[in-house]
Design a protein around this ligand. Structure first.
Ligand SMILES: Nc1ncnc2c1ncn2[C@@H]1O[C@H](COP(=O)(O)OP(=O)(O)OP(=O)(O)O)[C@@H](O)[C@H]1O
Length: 783
């Protein structure tokens, strides 16, 4: 038996020993959990029997109260320990399948013997022998595995830095307690293992990468000091993966104080949400809060407007024919995303502090009872040094007082008497009871009648005024829509409070378009954030102080304006921002620059990590795609073999669909699980589906699709963001479709979704971006 075989045998023996201990522990825990569960149901069932209820006097009532509290505490303690046991069991069951993925032998300076550390997704402590049989991959000592090759190494323990020598680094693939593969590694974390992992077919859900995290990714995952961590990385370099393992790391590192609810991840679309939703549970952690920025806008704005989503904006821009109106819209999109426009809004706010705020009349029964002018007078009489939201609060208090007086006056109006007569029985009985309880009735029935009528009038008016009071408390008397509109309705206005160079050349036309849309109750995607910002600055910013970490994935798609907004929204939060400027597909992207973000919290608080190595696609695919963009030569492909991309010419659309269907059948036969036909727009997707559906079973993905399934998908380019497929077919890579410079990144993003196979079709001329790729890097099939 060779030395390696002996080693293998020894390791397999250890796996058996560890898994049988895990098994034993699972049995014990299940028994304990069972006891706790029956305790819980006993407490629930007998809750009221075990509580002594007596409200005869205050002392007894207090005792009753104390006994209820005690019983509730007992129940919640049992529930907590049940949850804990369930969580432990969940991890143990996962460990049983695959107890660990790595081993390092570390000889600490000053010690005689190296310690063997085995790393898994959770730790496992053997109480009998008082040793850790498995260390959590997030434990301080585990960082050695990710950060060092053999030789001198160190890690940060809670109180000090521990130095020593790494004598061995080994990797395993263990399934069902059997070692499938074992590698001893040198410099990086096992290329062999990574080869094996990356060569697997795609799935409808993202997978965790803890066994093969690379050194530079580990820096992202374990970063604790930066207020703002900016990650710029090539397509497929593991940005999203690093973000998710970072969430798991933070939840472990700060487990006593941080919960999944304190972390928010902004993602590009609902499909992506579902794609990544299994990673954290796979690691035994709960998912963080996930949202798209659009969902956030929707929750704040949809009541008052027909709110456009970014995908509709995208379709609009991509389908634009280049007419004057399209051009103005595009200019507006770019301008409104930028900090110049934010400055305009800031200055507008200053202006509004002095004059120009617009209010709504407060009406009651169709009559104005407090006019907008009156409200404006109240506002502008207040000390101008106070911020607008504080003054609004004072105005609201004043209006509430005024409403109180107006309500008293209203009581004697004839409608009130009429309404009293129509009070329904229940309301009347309820009211009668109320008066009795208050001992309002006397012996004198005549008096009672008057008193009753007086109180009933107050009651009726009060009921009607409730809604008004609520509106005033919620500052609904401010006419935010009109205030935003005013900024555009007189294009000269902005020029009175900002320097002319802060306004774009086409400001009057942009303004005209904006007003016309607002008048139709349409709030475009480019207006939504500025509108909400203005609203929040006038009403008082509703911040979220409980969130401690915000992650923004696909950050290149956010405008500077949106970043400022998010920063203000989560004032106590650290931010991790992950993006790739080469995948900036929105029209406003011209304005975004990830490095510019570092000034968001001051440069000292920010750190930037750059990921250059791309893991998703095979080497031939990366070698092709990196020529599509400027600076692409810096992208380093991971060395995984595969076929060269194929460029197929079709004579006409009929030929295109014939060839496409043939290719899809071939790819299916090669067992490619997920084949995506990527189209530029949704409209093009519909066309492709119509032509293909009788030939092959295709599924159309749209912006409302909530989850992925494997199979043949037809998907618009912008929805394919962040996800990946075994084989990608670009439906129409002609110059007509991808010929404008503004479409370069969209094209690049679509091509970089491919893991194993990339095929491009065109009719007419191929995209000019393809002609920038050396011909030896792809195969051409002429028509
Ligand atoms: N260290 C790693 N070990 C194993 N797989 C990895 C590793 N890093 C990245 N991958 C894999 O590479 C693929 C791309 O990763 P991910 O989606 O996180 O990249 P990304 O930078 O967010 O990509 P994009 O910007 O193109 O959306 C995924 O399949 C992921 O599992």
């Amino acid at each position: 038996m060779s030395k390696w075989e002996q080693e293998f045998k020894m390791e397999q023996k250890r796996v058996h020993q560890v898994t049988s201990k895990i098994d034993k522990h699972i049995d014990q825990l299940e028994e304990q959990a069972g006891v706790v569960k029956s305790d819980m149901s006993h407490i629930r069932k007998n809750f009221w029997d075990d509580v002594r209820i007596n409200f005869d006097n205050p002392d007894e009532a207090a005792e009753t109260y104390a006994s209820i509290i005690q019983q509730a505490k007992l129940l919640s303690e049992r529930e907590r320990s049940h949850r804990h046991a369930e969580h432990q069991l969940d991890i143990l069951k996962r460990l049983k399948q695959s107890p660990y993925f790595g081993r390092i032998d570390f000889l600490e300076d000053g010690e005689d013997e190296a310690e063997c550390i085995y790393l898994g997704i959770g730790s496992f402590y053997d109480k009998e022998n008082e040793e850790f049989l498995i260390y959590d991959w997030r434990a301080p000592i585990s960082s050695l595995y990710y950060d060092y090759s053999l030789g001198r190494a160190e890690y940060n323990a809670p109180d000090s830095t521990i130095t020593g020598t790494m004598e061995l680094k080994r990797q395993f693939i263990i399934r069902d307690a059997k070692i499938k593969s074992m590698f001893d590694t040198g410099i990086t974390i096992g290329d062999e293992l990574l080869q094996e992992v990356l060569g697997n077919p795609s799935s409808s859900q993202m997978k965790s990468i803890v066994a093969t995290i690379q050194k530079e990714q580990n820096q992202i995952i374990r970063n604790e000091k930066s207020r703002l961590l900016i990650v710029q990385g090539a397509a497929g370099s593991g940005k999203t993966s690093a973000a998710l393992q970072r969430v798991a790391y933070l939840l472990y590192r700060y487990r006593d104080t941080l919960s999944a609810d304190d972390i928010v991840l902004f993602s590009p679309n609902p499909l992506f949400n579902s794609y990544i939703s299994t990673v954290l549970p796979e690691l035994g952690e709960e998912n963080m809060q996930q949202a798209t920025f659009q969902e956030f806008l929707q929750s704040h704005l949809s009541e008052s407007f027909d709110l456009e989503d970014p995908f509709t904006q995208m379709e609009h821009v991509l389908a634009a024919e280049g007419g004057a109106d399209d051009d103005i819209r595009l200019k507006g999109i770019r301008y409104k995303a930028g900090l110049d426009f934010m400055e305009v809004i800031e200055q507008y706010l200053k202006y509004l502090g002095q004059k120009g705020l617009l209010f709504k009349n407060i009406k009651f029964r169709g009559e104005v009872i407090i006019s907008q002018q009156q409200i404006a007078n109240y506002f502008y009489k207040l000390d101008t040094s106070l911020p607008i939201p504080n003054r609004m609060k004072l105005v609201s208090e004043r209006l509430l007082k005024e409403l109180k007086n107006l309500a008293v006056k209203e009581r004697s109006k004839p409608w009130v008497k009429e309404e009293i007569q129509f009070l329904d029985k229940e309301e009347y009985a309820h009211f009668y009871q109320l008066l009795r309880n208050k001992n309002q009735y006397t012996e004198d029935t005549f008096d009672d009648f008057e008193r009753e009528e007086k109180l009933l009038s107050a009651y009726v008016v009060n009921e009607h005024f409730k809604k008004l009071r609520k509106q005033v408390k919620n500052l609904k008397f401010i006419d935010i829509q009109a205030i935003y509109r005013q900024l555009f309705s007189d294009p000269e206005l902005a020029g009175t409070f900002v320097a002319k160079n802060k306004l774009p050349e086409n400001w009057p036309e942009i303004s005209r378009q904006t007003v016309s849309r607002l008048d139709n109750k349409i709030l475009t995607y480019e207006d939504a954030t500025p509108f909400l910002y203005l609203k929040e600055r006038i009403e008082g910013f509703k911040t979220n102080t409980s969130v401690r970490h915000v992650f923004i994935d696909e950050a290149q798609d956010y405008s500077p304006f949106q970043f400022e907004f998010i920063k203000r929204l989560f004032p106590f939060s650290k931010m991790t921002v992950l993006g790739d400027m080469n995948q900036a597909i929105y029209a406003h992207a011209e304005n975004t620059c990830l490095s510019m973000l570092s000034s968001l919290y001051g440069d000292e608080a920010a750190d930037t990590i750059i990921l250059k190595r791309s893991y998703r696609s095979t080497r031939p695919i990366v070698e092709f795609t990196r020529h599509l963009i400027e600076g692409g030569k810096d992208i380093i492909p991971f060395n995984r073999a595969g076929n060269k991309p194929v460029l197929n010419q079709a004579v006409n659309e009929e030929d295109l669909h014939l060839k496409l269907a043939g290719l899809i059948r071939d790819l299916k036969a090669q067992e490619q699980r997920t084949i995506a036909v990527i189209c530029k727009t949704y409209k093009e997707c519909q066309k492709a589906v119509k032509a293909l559906q009788n030939e092959v079973p295709v599924r159309l993905i749209d912006k409302d699709t909530a989850a992925f399934e494997t199979g043949i998908l037809v998907i618009p380019s912008y929805l394919a963001k962040g996800v990946e497929f075994d084989a990608v077919i670009i439906y129409n890579a002609s110059d007509e479709q991808y010929g404008k410079e503004s479409e370069r990144q969209l094209f690049y993003t679509a091509c970089t979704r491919a893991m194993h196979e990339l095929h491009l079709f065109f009719v007419g001329q191929p995209s000019r971006f393809i002609s920038e790729v050396p011909e030896n890097l792809y195969i051409q099939n002429k028509a």
